[in-house]
Design a binder for this molecule. Sequence first.
Ligand code: UT7
Length: 325
Amino acid sequence: MKAKIIGTGSYAPSTVLTNKDLEQKIDTSDKWIVERTGVRERRIAAKDTATSDLALKAAQRALNAADVSPSEVDLIIVGTTTPDMFFPSTACLVLNRLGATRAAAFDLSAACSGFIYALSVGEQYILSGKYKKVLVIGADLMSRIVNWTDRSTAVLFGDGAGAVLLAPVSGKHGILSTHIHSDGSLWDLIAVPGGGSADPPSEQVLVEKRNTVKMKGSETFKAAVRTLEEVARETLSANGVTVNDLAHIVPHQANIRIIKAVAERLDIDIDKVVVNLSRYGNTSAASIPLALDEAVRDGNIKENDLILLLAFGSGLTWGSALIRW
Ligand code: UT7
């Protein structure tokens, strides 16, 4: 038995913030951003929108695609680093508005790797036989935790959500394996250090913007390339397949230079890599399911395709999933 993705969905707010718009706000240029990151524009949520609003829409689309009603869902896991509030979980808020009356729900914190971590947990619930329908969502509203005066991070991120519905199947299709890893010694490469229990909200936290993303860019870049390559090799070897067997790679959409460096090290044809970061920026936990859903809806993913998902994020956390579609 395997856990299979039987429906995908995604949602991004309609408001577009282009690099040209950013040129008006901070000391940056469209040229620098495109050359150094590949991002051309990102979506920004309206003031009255929360992470659960994006997650809900992505979830509804995934359920529609699978033709499954909310009342059939057993479990909802939301990978997010920007929950609506400290508690209750964003997953409980989504559950309520979705009308998933018999489901259990919880959030999972693994930053940009949140979706792959959540997928791995959801897979285990299916494999154990405990649940038959698990909704896995990656959703983040990074615009709320970005320091809009810090050009080295402000240009990178965007808002979005993606979701998949998992169900048990027998046969060769479905998730072949998931792999997750963490290295807490590198926690401070990318973090939002203030506003939590270690450094509770105060005027000083706000003045010094410690409640926003702090990142050591080039160290994060190197760690991303190293860990993504490692976990890709681990996944291929665990399944006895090679890069030539892959039809698509869906990596975390942080920076086109990270994606190209990983593809080059693995000798992967860049045309096999699903890339949409020029339109969305880094949407954190949403990036992989958003890119996957677009590829599915564009008709680029065919039955039997072998697909490698690769995630990397704060923690550090990283992980992968190999899927026979
Ligand atoms: O989701 C996972 C977490 N995030 C990531 O994976 C991001 C990983 N890191 C990166 O993607 C890259 O390190 C960045 C895109 C953040 C930065 O690119 P870089 O090539 O590492 O640039 P840098 O930080 O070494 O900065 C080079 C120069 C600096 O100027 P000086 O010191 O050489 O005069 C920066 O001040 O570029 C400057 N710079 C900018 N210039 C224009 C930094 N940000 C900007 C900007 N516009 N937005």
